[in-house]
Design a protein around this ligand. Sequence first.
Ligand code: PRP
Length: 180
Amino acid sequence: MGKDLERVLITEEELQAKIKELAGRIDEDYAGGELLIVGVLKGAVMVMADLARALHLPVQMDWMAVSSYGAGTKTSGVVRVLKDLDTDIAGRHVLVVEDIIDSGLTLSWLVHNLKSRNPASVEICAALRKPDAVKVALDVKYIGFDIPNEFVIGYGLDYAERYRNLPFIGTLAPHVYGAS
Ligand code: PRP
């Protein structure tokens, strides 16, 4: 990707090791049970694919797609469901899987929404978390890396729908998104 990439923040090896570590904890925590992992499209596809393959538990996979209501969403926290779950989660143990928690508003809304469907439990697993997330009361059980407040790409994360396929997390050079 030439000069668009500023630097590698988390290598592919570090990501894969962390996913295996998280999967080990999840296997232990849900031992003897079944788990429904819910990926939030599109960013969560990579971490879902790697986490699902690292788990030894009986796992089912489902997906949601959510979108903001215009530019105000990051402050309002209002989310529109573009694709809902195919699964009835009543009585099920649910683990929501995300690539990144930035403001925390998406997951805050989503967890509230999922809890209203009477699951046995809802927990969160996120590969990355930015500093602003601490402003929202969000109980994140499994977190990969706390990262600085920089524009990150790769491992599912995009800039204008590009770079999602990078196997590592990188920072985007400011000239790409118009900053000096
Ligand atoms: C990203 C990410 C989370 C959300 C986190 O998704 O995948 O869903 O933003 O931000 P928040 O903590 O401030 O709510 P995005 O809306 O970029 O969609 P995408 O997954 O399709 O890239």
